[in-house]
Every structure is written in structure tokens, then in C-alpha cells.
Ligand binder design. Structure first.
Ligand SMILES: Cc1ncc(COP(=O)(O)O)c(C=O)c1O
Length: 501
């Protein structure tokens, strides 16, 4: 983070790590854990109305002894969907639903229905799905510079951005072990890289070396260079980053990686289906794809701005050799010879067919038009936010717009926006909020409504400095508490709550 740079940043980090070391002894004090449990329970009670609004509807904690009729089940589900649909359809969500247009959704659903029984684990039964998968990879690769790569760009379809990132890091880990003998691999990445890298590192036993971002929220390349060791297997760049929507200096990072003979992974989960078209439309998009010789892999999500249904991502590699390290093959299993390209075993062929259908139906022109609409709307929103006294847009983003405030608690603005129906993303280090602009926001009046509600929310927060809701204190506590174990425990209990019927 910019504020983490320099002497103050250094001192702040030292203080945090020093305080963090106190966590265990503090929590060992008798009564502290019990008090914490009470605090967690209190926080979660505040969230219950938001997360459990269907207490009035029939619940199924056990299988019904006799099944309900399909009509009853369908009506029940229709009632649930009808309550939730207006909010995302009218554009109250940040990201989440990237297209959501009625005819497009109906079209994808029809395609899904045709292929709902298929599974690419059985390519003999459904060679059609295998073919669609290969074509999704190929279309995506060509959108991201495959023609000018000078090498074959290959990949696989996965279930989400997180899986794509996980598989890329697995490929680099196994490649480095086999070809370099690196047994304790390290990954160098900016602090703004998606949390999926942390998840992958936990699962794969990798050490993450975080570097700060500069004042414009772009990865600090000099810090990256300093962080490289004999154990480094890959450098990570985002195009753009989830928190602030900022594109890292990919050309410099890719050059650095190449000079060290290591990988450069570009996480374009958010931008892969926007940036190529933004570039064509004349927006200032720095090179980020396979046209850069140092870029060795890219994660990119059809289920975001590719306008496919949820559950489809793509991981691309420069050359087949790297992709091999991603594969799994069991040679001696009594169940037969078994090989899978990705993390999952059985996979939903219906989603692959729907993603393929979205890409072929939209074509270059469709993506170009969608991108034009999103970027124009985002520019209006960004300028509107800049004109609200007390708010600051972070960096110079294109369509994922983060804002913060030095004058008031931005989380209280988030909460007030929530009361007006908006589902925005809370960021931390430093506290901020973002809106990822989608096609939903390009509908007439949505951007204006957002800005109007934001102006009102800021005015309300200024006028009511003493009032605190349920969420703002939680975000505030989570953003500043040095005891991260406490925050982790709270998040685990939040997940427990989701699985409590
Ligand atoms: C930049 C970036 N990378 C990775 C991901 C993870 O994608 P998914 O939620 O599909 O696992 C996201 C999700 O928003 C993202 O924005």
C-alpha cells in the first residue's frame, strides 16, 4: 500500500508484527477466549437478518419423507429467486452479475439445458464438449495475443479464477522442482494480488513474498526485483487488481521474470475480457498479454466479463511443457487409467457449452460494444465520485473504481449505501470501498442513482457522526486489529453461520 512505504510504513509494519506476536499470550489469559466468543456471537447476530432472511419459508434440515411435487419445488425456488432478482437486475451489485440481460440469460439457460447431463470426464460420450472446451481455450488465447506470441499458447478450462491461479502455481511449483531442484519455492507478488494466491500457497506449500504497491497502487517493480531469490519460481502481476482495478506494470515485471528465467503469471481474471477491447477502443491499456515474451501464463474468467454463466475460467500457458505440470495422471489405480487436466474430477459440460455459446454469440463486436458501454459508464461514475467532497478515487482506474476518505469512516458510507440497496465491496489496508462496473450499470439511470445515493450517504455520515450500524465497526475492527487470528476466527464463524440452516 502506498501508505506502507517509507519510514512510517516500515515502523507501522514492525509495530504490527510486534503486536501480532502478543496474540498468543494475550489469548491465553483466562477469560479472553470466552469474551472473544461472546464478541463473535454478537457480531454474527448483527449479520443474521442480512444472511438469513427466509425464516418464514419452509426449511429442509432433513430429506422430506416423501418428495414434494416438482411444481411445488419450482414455485418455492421461484419465490426465492423473485425476492433476490430485482436487486442485481437493477444494478445494485458491484461485479457479481456481469451481463444479466434477460434474453442473454435465457439463451444461456437454453444451452445449459441441452448439455446439462454431459461431463467432459467422458470425452468418448461427449466429444462435442471436449471440442467446445478446446475452442474456448483457443478463442481466449487468440484474444490475448496468441498470434503474436511466437510460441503456441495452450491452456485448460477450469471452474473459477481461484482454480486457474491454483493450477498455474502448481504447474510452476512442479516445473521448478523438476527442472531446477527448487524444493522450497517462493512466489513474488504485490499485496494487491487476489487472495486466491494465498489460498493456493496454503494448499501447495509455497512461500509468498509480498511487495508493496506505489502511490498509484501499481506493483513496485524495484521491490519485486529485490525480492527475487534462487527459490523464486514466478512473479505475479494483476491486469487489473481486484481491490483498486489498477493494472500492474506487466511489461517491466515480465522482462524481470524473463531475465531471471522464471515464470510471469498475469492474473487477468477481471480484465481479460475487457482490456483487449479497451485497447481497440483507444483507452490507455499497457501491454499485458502474450505479446510480451516474458508472460508465461494468464488466468482469465469467461464467467466475469466473458458473460458466461458462473463456473467457467481459463488458464493459459506459453507452451505445452508448462501445462503438463498442471495435469494429473494415475497409472496404477484399480479403477483404470485415469487422467484429469484440472482440479475437478467430473465437470459440468453444461457450463462449458454455455460459456462457448456466450463467446460465439457475442463475438468480437459484442465484446467491443459491451466494453464501450462499461467504460463510458465507469468514466461517468469515476468523475462523479471525484466531485463528492471528502471522497478520493484511488489511483486511475478504468472500470473497477475504489474510493476512500480522509475525512470520515468510509465503511459507514458503505453501510449507508447498503441500506439504500447497494452491495459494494469493502477493502482494507487502507479502508476503502469499490464498485466493479458491469453491464448492469450501463442501464439508463443506474449510474445517476449510484452517484445520488453516494452523495446522500456521504452527507448522512457527516451529519450523524455518532451513529454506528452493524457492519462498519466490524470492517473497521477487521481492518485495524493487529491480532489477525481473531479476525480469522470471526471469518470461520461467519462461514459456520452460512452452513447453519
Ligand atoms: C483479479 C482477480 N483474480 C482472481 C479472482 C478469483 O476469481 P474467482 O472468484 O472466480 O475464483 C478474482 C475474483 O474477483 C479477481 O478479481
Amino acid at each position: 500500500m502506498p501508505r506502507e512505504d517509507g519510514l512510517w510504513g516500515f515502523l507501522r509494519r514492525r509495530l504490527r508484527s510486534w503486536l501480532a506476536r502478543l496474540e498468543r499470550p494475550v489469548r491465553a489469559v483466562p477469560g479472553v477466549e470466552r469474551r472473544l466468543e461472546e464478541e463473535y456471537a454478537e457480531v454474527l447476530r448483527g449479520l443474521e437478518p442480512l444472511l438469513k432472511p427466509y425464516r418464514d419459508l419452509p426449511a429442509f434440515h432433513r430429506l422430506p419423507p416423501e418428495g414434494r411435487s416438482p411444481e411445488w419445488v419450482f414455485q418455492h425456488l421461484e419465490a426465492l429467486a423473485a425476492r433476490e432478482e430485482p436487486r442485481w437486475r437493477k444494478g445494485y451489485a458491484s461485479g457479481a452479475v456481469y451481463h444479466g440481460g434477460g434474453p442473454h440469460v435465457a439463451f444461456l439457460n437454453r444451452v445449459y439445458a441441452l448439455f446439462s447431463q454431459t461431463n467432459p470426464l467422458h470425452p468418448d460420450l461427449w466429444p462435442s464438449v471436449a471440442r467446445m472446451e478446446a475452442e474456448i481455450v483457443s478463442m481466449t488465447a487468440h484474444m490475448l495475443g496468441a498470434d503474436a506470441a511466437g510460441e503456441e499458447i495452450v491452456g485448460t478450462v477450469t471452474s473459477c479464477g481461484t482454480e486457474s491461479i491454483l493450477l498455474a502455481l502448481k504447474a510452476y511449483r512442479d516445473w521448478a522442482r523438476e527442472t531446477r531442484g527448487i524444493v522450497r519455492p517462493e512466489v513474488v507478488l504485490p499485496v494487491t494480488a487476489h487472495a486466491a494466491f494465498e489460498k493456493a500457497a496454503q494448499l501447495l506449500g509455497l512461500r509468498l513474498i509480498y511487495v508493496p504497491v506505489d502511490a498509484g497502487y501499481r506493483a513496485d517493480v524495484a521491490a519485486m526485483a529485490r525480492a527475487i531469490t534462487r527459490r523464486t519460481i514466478v512473479l505475479v502481476a494483476s491486469a487489473p487488481s481486484f481491490p483498486h482495478g489498477i493494472i500492474d506494470p506487466v511489461p517491466e515485471i515480465a522482462t524481470l521474470a524473463r531475465a531471471h528465467g522464471i515464470g510471469c503469471h498475469v492474473d487477468a481474471c477481471l480484465g481479460g475480457f475487457i482490456l483487449p477491447w479497451a485497447e481497440r477502443l483507444g483507452y490507455p491499456v499497457p501491454p499485458f498479454d502474450f505479446r510480451l515474451p516474458g508472460v508465461t501464463s494468464i488466468s482469465v474468467d469467461p464467467h466475469k466479463y466473458g458473460y458466461a454463466p458462473k463456473g467457467v475460467s481459463v488458464i493459459l500457458y506459453r507452451g505445452r511443457a508448462l501445462r503438463r505440470y498442471q495435469y494429473f495422471a494415475a497409472t496404477d489405480w484399480p479403477g483404470g487409467l485415469y487422467a484429469t487436466p484440472t482440479l475437478l474430477g467430473s465437470r459440468p459440460g453444461g457450463l462449458i457449452a454455455a460459456a462457448w455459446a456466450a463467446m460465439v454469440a457475442l463475438g468480437e463486436q459484442g465484446y467491443l460494444e459491451a466494453t464501450r458501454a462499461i467504460l463510458e459508464t465507469a468514466a461517468r461514475i469515476r468523475e462523479g465520485i471525484r466531485q463528492i467532497a471528502g471522497l478520493e478515487v484511488m489511483g486511475d482506474p478504468l472500470w473497477v473504481i475504489a474510493f476512500t476518505s480522509k475525512e470520515f469512516d468510509i465503511y459507514r458510507v458503505l453501510e449507508r449505501m447498503g441500506q439504500r440497496g447497494w452491495s459494494l465491496n469493502a477493502l482494507q489496508h487502507p479502508p476503502a470501498v469499490h464498485l466493479a462496473v458491469t453491464l448492469r450499470h450501463t442501464q439508463p439511470g443506474v449510474a445517476e442513482r449510484f452517484l445520488e445515493d453516494l452523495r446522500e450517504s456521504v452527507a448522512w455520515v457527516r451529519a450523524h457522526p455518532e451513529e454506528r450500524g452493524a457492519l462498519a465497526p466490524v470492517y473497521g475492527m477487521a481492518a485495524t486489529l493487529p491480532f489477525r487470528g481473531v479476525v480469522r476466527d470471526l471469518l470461520h464463524r461467519y462461514l459456520d453461520l452460512l452452513y447453519t440452516p
